[in-house]
Design a protein around this ligand. Structure first.
Ligand SMILES: Cc1cc2nc3c(=O)[nH]c(=O)nc-3n(C[C@H](O)[C@H](O)[C@H](O)COP(=O)(O)OP(=O)(O)OC[C@H]3O[C@@H](n4cnc5c(N)ncnc54)[C@H](O)[C@@H]3O)c2cc1C
Length: 486
């Protein structure tokens, strides 16, 4: 959030009560849609350099290969899952921030805050016990599942805790196991999943049934080895653990991600099963959704009503991610032999149907996320293109006739403005007044877009609306409304 705001010229302070960034591998996957959004921030290569490319996933049931899904069918320049420990993701983010001149203020805790209508007053406690009062224009609570900001707002974190306990090991594995693919084993006594991190390092997770203990048990290396022996491919040996731990799955979410000048993003707004590896990705995408809107409003380039779309859009996505991750977990944990048999049959059959395989990959990679409904920013005027539809992701595309530095759409979006993109049509002559929030560009015919149309593309690479070439007035009127807030 801080990086995306600072890149758009907004003054930010990032405070964190913890003395150091996480040294745990926690969220392991950056999916293609997040990589695309990081590309727009100009920093995807730094993440890619710190991770390895996960090429696919294999699902086994009782030692039979049920499904083998390759990610290279993802319709993105990033046709893989970037496997990168969260400790590395946090390092790269901190370095990016430092390059922008922002230092994370560590051992500084938010104690309380008050929305004064035209600012937010916050009380911060420093490491030496000193309390500081600070007035900010806005407050973004990116402060995790136990969020002080959420508690301060008095917002309900609705949901429940799943009944099963899980164990995890971050360790090395020797044996016959793909180093660039996820391996998932559905066994009668539980599930085992192994995620590669490179150089034989893996994250292993498995469920260990329900318990009445106050906290989930921390496994020993021997217990992880036993799980590999009983549930995994034959002949694997686990050694040199970095981290052994236990966890329970919470499925909780707030309804509204905003109250006045205060916003919630990431785990502060939603937590769910790690199945599908969407948690951190969804949180980052919350930030990319809000940052450009906040920047335009903060600079006075757009009316404050633009901020209304944040909660509407992201809360709907949060609901969808919770539903999908919950379903994936329940399917993996099936115990009834008849249902297991049906599940295995269905998974094996469905994964061989190309259209369904594509849908599965589109969902995992988050390339199919859209704001077609539930968004005040999405409009479908008469003559709107069908590819992509208003509200859908805008794929990257080469541009014509721009300077050499900006050869593609995503590079132009990095300027933080809307792009008015004419595909196989003349450029739109934008009125001077709209040029602080929009820039015009043209592209040649491309299968991802419908020729003869003009698209209004948001700074986070979603289509707000489109119109037939020549209907410039519809696009211009929308930009003028965004500025005026009408
Ligand atoms: C075992 C495990 C596996 C996971 N696997 C995946 C995965 O594969 N893919 C995926 O996408 N996600 C995964 N996740 C989830 C992912 O780790 C979280 O979604 C992500 O860390 C959330 O980021 P966040 O910034 O919202 O919150 P956090 O990472 O929790 O950060 C919150 C920060 O706020 C600070 N803070 C809290 N309160 C205050 C306060 N009052 N004042 C100042 N600072 C405060 C904390 O110190 C902390 O640094 C996994 C999580 C776990 C535990």
């Amino acid at each position: 959030m801080a990086m995306a705001l600072k890149r758009r010229g907004v003054d930010v302070r990032v405070i964190d009560k913890s003395p150091a960034r996480s040294d745990k591998s926690k969220a392991l996957v950056l999916w293609p849609r997040t990589l695309e959004l990081l590309e727009i921030q100009g920093c995807a290569p730094s993440f890619i350099a710190a991770g390895i490319r996960g090429r696919g996933a294999r699902i086994f049931a009782e030692n039979n290969l049920l499904a083998h899904v390759r990610f290279d069918i993802a319709r993105s320049a990033y046709d893989y899952a970037l496997m990168i420990p969260q400790s590395e993701t946090e390092r790269v983010l901190e370095e990016q921030l430092a390059d922008l001149g922002v230092r994370v203020e560590r051992r500084v805790e938010l104690l309380s805050f008050k929305d004064n209508g035209d600012s937010v007053g916050a009380v911060l406690r420093h490491a030496d016990g000193r309390d500081e009062t600070f007035d900010a224009s806005y407050l973004c609570g990116c402060d995790g599942a136990h969020s002080t900001v959420r508690h301060g707002l008095g917002v309900q974190f609705q949901g429940s805790t799943m009944p099963s306990d899980w164990v995890l090991g971050d360790l090395y594995i020797e044996g016959d196991i793909p180093q660039d693919e996820l391996t998932i084993c559905w066994m009668p006594d539980g599930v085992l999943a192994m995620f590669p991190m490179g150089s034989k390092r893996f994250r292993v997770i498995g469920d260990v049934g329900t318990s009445t203990l106050p906290a989930p048990p921390t496994p020993t290396l021997e217990q992880i080895q036993e799980m590999l022996d009983t549930r995994g491919p034959k002949g694997l040996r686990a050694y040199d653990p970095f981290w052994l731990g236990g966890f329970r799955i919470n499925e909780r979410k707030v309804k509204d991600y905003r109250q006045g000048r205060v916003f919630l993003s990431g785990d502060a707004a939603h937590v769910h099963s790690p199945a599908g590896g969407q948690g951190m990705n969804t949180g980052m995408q919350d930030a990319f959704n809000l940052a450009w809107k906040l920047a335009m409003v903060w600079h006075g380039h757009a009316a404050a009503t633009l901020l209304d779309s944040y909660s509407a859009e992201r809360s709907a996505i949060g609901d969808q991610v919770l539903r999908n991750a919950g379903n994936m977990t329940k399917i993996a944990l099936l115990r009834n032999p008849v249902l297991r048999e049906l599940r295995n049959l269905a998974a094996g059959t469905l994964s061989r149907i190309p259209a369904l395989r594509q849908r599965m990959v589109d969902q995992l990679t988050e390339l199919d996320l859209h704001y077609r409904e539930n968004s005040p920013l999405t409009q479908s005027p008469r003559g709107a293109a069908e590819r992509p539809l208003p509200g859908e992701r805008a794929p990257d595309i080469g541009l014509k006739g721009t300077d050499d530095e900006v050869r593609n759409l995503y590079a132009l979006l990095a300027t933080g403005r809307f792009v008015v993109l004419s595909v196989d049509a003349p450029a739109v002559d934008l009125p001077q007044g709209t040029r602080t929030i929009a820039v015009a560009a043209i592209a040649a015919t491309d299968p991802a877009y419908e020729a003869g149309h003009v698209y209004l593309i948001r700074p986070d690479a979603y289509v707000a609306l489109s119109a037939r070439a020549g209907d410039d007035a519809t696009i211009i009127a929308t930009l003028e409304r965004l500025e005026a807030g009408t």
